[in-house]
Write a protein that binds this ligand. Structure first.
Ligand SMILES: [Zn+2]
Ligand SMILES: [Zn+2]
Length: 353
């Protein structure tokens, strides 16, 4: 339900309610229903969502899997992309009609040590889209003007959606890994995240070795720039990667602690292991002796900043990345979650709103 208001030449669409996929409790399927549109705070904007990707984090949110749980009822989604229809009185950075992305980092304080040193993703005051604030699984979403990122013309909103989390997360992981030309980069897991991680490691000049359990995914990895592939169901990835000289960096996008341990063991001396995926089983076992003697770095990487996302969109606009995705209707949200959980999806599901 919406009405059009003429304001300084641009037509603002006022909305009172909209359809969204709502989590009412952690043990029931999502319910697609009409929800009221909250009043805008002065620094907020309303966005008419065009495309919204389904990330594994949304599934963890809907199931209440993590130590810090969201509070139902809430609307998941942190890959929402759409056009601004309303702006709060203090918003100057975006205007009605512009296309924006609404990432996981929905709000940060802007003044703490993390925020002012380029680590806004570590801000303790942060709010997260689709977790602590309603997200992109709706016809509309409310976001903070400072924390959305403009989607450049020429970037398809259905590509922009997966780039908003999967893209920026893997791009940042490659940055954190410190990949330089000719480095051997082991990418564990070729899914929604990994298929993009391979491309960013390749763009950084790395020689990518992709590891997965499914041959079709490894074929895709080769198409996207992987120089080598290893099917870990058929051969030992540690042995295979050590035979190539060992990885300078290994990045774990696979939701299995075993993959993290294999990624560690595939490193050469001085190598870096980057933790990205968040398996439900929260513990890995790594040896202290080898870590010390081999000078290994282990580092966690969480999403990316607004600057990282701008760079991700820029690379895509230049035609340097390819997003593998499948478009579905929001009414298919529950079966889509099941498909992702059972590994029946090639890369990323994007809902059309
Ligand atoms: Zn995500
Ligand atoms: Zn902060």
């Amino acid at each position: 339900m919406s009405t059009t208001v003429e304001q300084s030449g641009k037509s603002e669409q006022k909305v009172s309610s909209y359809r969204a996929a709502v989590v009412h409790d952690f043990h029931s399927p999502l319910s697609v229903e009409q929800v009221p549109a909250p009043a805008l705070e002065p620094n907020q904007i309303r966005v008419k969502v065009e495309a919204s990707g389904l990330c594994h984090t949304d599934i963890h949110a809907a199931h209440g899997d993590w130590p810090v749980k969201p509070s139902p009822p809430f609307v998941p989604g942190h890959e929402g992309v759409g056009k601004v229809t309303e702006v709060g009185t203090h918003v100057t950075e975006v205007a009605v009609g512009e296309r924006v992305a609404m990432p996981w980092l929905g709000y940060a304080c802007g003044i703490c040590d993390y925020c002012v040193s380029g680590w806004e993703t570590l801000c303790l005051q942060q709010k997260n889209m689709g977790y602590s604030i309603d997200g992109g699984f709706g016809e509309y979403a409310t976001a903070y003007g400072h924390y959305v990122v403009k989607v450049p013309d020429g970037v398809d909103p259905f590509d922009a959606a997966p780039l908003t989390c999967a893209g920026v997360t893997t791009y940042k992981a490659v940055k954190v890994a410190g990949t330089r030309p000719t480095d051997l980069v082991a990418v564990f897991g070729v899914g929604g995240l990994g298929h993009l991680g391979i491309q960013y490691a390749d763009i950084a000049g790395g020689h990518v070795v992709a590891v997965d359990l499914i041959d079709e995914k490894l074929e895709l990895a080769r198409e996207l720039g992987a120089m080598y592939t290893v099917n870990a169901a058929k051969e030992d990835p540690v042995e295979a990667i050590q035979k190539l000289g060992g990885a300078n960096q290994a990045i774990s996008f696979a939701v299995s602690p075993r993959a993290f341990e294999q990624a560690y063991a595939s490193l050469r001396r001085g190598g870096t292991l980057v933790f990205v995926a968040l398996p439900a089983d929260n513990t890995v076992s790594l040896p202290i002796f080898e870590t010390v003697l081999n000078g290994i770095t282990v580092v966690g990487s969480i999403v990316g900043t607004r600057t990282d996302l701008r760079e991700v969109f820029e690379l895509h606009k230049e035609g340097k990345t390819k997003v593998i995705r499948e478009v579905r209707s929001l009414d298919q949200v529950n079966e889509s979650i099941e498909d992702v959980e059972h590994g029946r999806v090639a890369a990323r599901i994007v809902f059309e709103l």
